[in-house]
Design a protein around this ligand. Sequence first.
Ligand SMILES: [Zn+2]
Length: 250
Amino acid sequence: MPVLRTEAIALGRTDYSNSSQIITFYTRDYGKMHTLAKGFKRSSGRYSSKAVDLLTYYQILFIKKEHSSLHTLTEAVLQNNYPTLRNDLDKYYRASCVAELVKEFTEENDPCEPLFDIVINTLDGISTGTNTTIRLLAFEIKMLKVLGYLPEWGRCVNCKTGIREMTEVHFNAKEGGVLCKRCHVKYSNGIFVPAGAILIAERLADANFQKIERVNIQLSICVEIEKMLRYYIASILNKGLNSWKYLTVS
Ligand SMILES: [Zn+2]
């Protein structure tokens, strides 16, 4: 069986036996995958090839099993452990939210290199930057975009009226976008969202990572965007995320 190499972010870990664990990675070349890590222990030892920590970027070697979705991890070489995530709880929870979103939104054996790059850039940005709320919002929107879930924010999904011409904007997760006041009454559910929040959310989809550090968005707008994204994501996944319990927009 071939030994393969890829870049990987550790997303999750469960004990398998006293000396082994199942580690879930999101990888550049194979998408999400589960590996059995025998003899790998939790450790903070730097550059150790026998320790895997969560929310950490590795170069991994693994044996790919043809008839099983549990592959065998043979080596994990540390690339970046984002040290500031470990001593700042707010940053840690935001990074955990990134990991949970990737776990929930991706399938095994379904690689998406643009998403891998977005994850790496976001973890780096949350770890080293100050604008962590905006970085997480940008991540959520960019992830939705590369995975084909970006909602229609520009015009009413029913009558095609442009958002700038609307007197009141509603967002309907099931319909996948905004509805004008007139069309909104024909559909159930949906939430009111200020047009300004939607226009900024749309801009974040294409903002480059260097720019995000300098973007200044009012807290009230961040709160509205986050509310809309949580409602939309929960509607796609049919559930909320665990990490939301620990995260407030601030
Ligand atoms: Zn309409």
